[in-house]
Design a protein around this ligand. Sequence first.
Ligand SMILES: Cc1cc2nc3c(=O)[nH]c(=O)nc-3n(C[C@H](O)[C@H](O)[C@H](O)COP(=O)(O)OP(=O)(O)OC[C@H]3O[C@@H](n4cnc5c(N)ncnc54)[C@H](O)[C@@H]3O)c2cc1C
Length: 284
Amino acid sequence: MIPAAFDYTAPSTVEDAVRALAESGEDAKVIAGGQSLIPVLRMRLAAPTTLVDIGRVPELRGIRDDGDELVIGATTTHYEVQRDPLVRVHAPLLRAATDTVADPQVRHRGTFGGALVHADPAGDLLAPTLALDAELVLHGPAGRRTVAAADFFTDYFTTALRQDELLVAVRIPKHTGWGAHYEKFSRVAQAWSIVAVAVAVRVEGGVIAEARVALTNMSAVPVRADAVERALVGSPATAESIKAAAAHAAEGTSPTADGDADVAYRQHLARVLTSRAVTAAVGA
Ligand SMILES: Cc1cc2nc3c(=O)[nH]c(=O)nc-3n(C[C@H](O)[C@H](O)[C@H](O)COP(=O)(O)OP(=O)(O)OC[C@H]3O[C@@H](n4cnc5c(N)ncnc54)[C@H](O)[C@@H]3O)c2cc1C
């Protein structure tokens, strides 16, 4: 289907983009890579009167080292995240998850920020962002504010971002030297996650000293597997103790049933995939 008619503007600064959003009112929409928004427009599930294209704002793109954190601009593409040497060294979990997103064409156009704002519960970049305790930097008419990933995802396809705000960057604490793995389960290659598990662990002398575990598509929003993390910390990095910790993976989740999986199967997947992901992350 052809989208409903809309006005189009392509500002070159964050301030101009925010001004364009404010001037166009409630029916304006930001477009980044267009990989999720264009299908929505073509199905006429949304009919914004104005599209504000942020693809030509240089400040929004790129990855930089900022002391203890990496700062990833919102319009940095999945392809750029995959190939960035800073991400490889300091946020290997994000790289592992990005490797599983869609196909090369989508990864060349789609952006890290767009994926987070779209907030599809099956999206592969939400759980790593949560697991790594990232912060999202938002810019609106009143200036900038920072929201923790744990507070950003609020419901299905819904976030704490206001209509008149842009996501400008994501600040990710460095996890240098940590083991990491993203275990994704889908029926066919290049499909969305039925369930997936994001893991980062720090092992010291054969013992798990720190653990971050988050689940994709086990609730309306990505969830941290707190009980698994508690069970892992202080345990030997052995197959037996990892399996025992992973048995807690479905606790506190509320998965849905759909054509791919019922609730019990998703809970089962969470346990099995968590065990696999932690095992891979510790290199056991
Ligand atoms: C065939 C196909 C397969 C896919 N498979 C996967 C997959 O396996 N795993 C996965 O995780 N994803 C998958 N995706 C989605 C992909 O990751 C998209 O790139 C991503 O969801 C949206 O990014 P975008 O830059 O294209 O955003 P857009 O489509 O441009 O925008 C998406 C939404 O975010 C808003 N938005 C975008 N950027 C900003 C910003 N900076 N500030 C404020 N609002 C903003 C837009 O207004 C819109 O509501 C797939 C997409 C396609 C087309």
